[in-house]
Design a protein around this ligand. Sequence first.
Ligand SMILES: [Zn+2]
Length: 79
Amino acid sequence: MSRLLFLIVIFALIYLLLKSYLKQVRKNDKSEQTGSVPTEDMVCCAHCGVHLPKHESMVTDDMYFCSEAHRRAHADKHQ
Ligand SMILES: [Zn+2]
């Protein structure tokens, strides 16, 4: 009888260890995902050629600009 009890304790320990191990692995996966930068389209400023994320750029006539000043400068040049 004591042998059976011993086996149950061993299995319980293995189960608990596996559970905590899997929890840790999942936690690591999550932190890796949040740590990585999501890929985003990079665009090139039509005036100075600097590369910047698409959402930070200004779009005019399918051309991207890094700032309002460069958008205006480019428009002035081509009038
Ligand atoms: Zn620019």
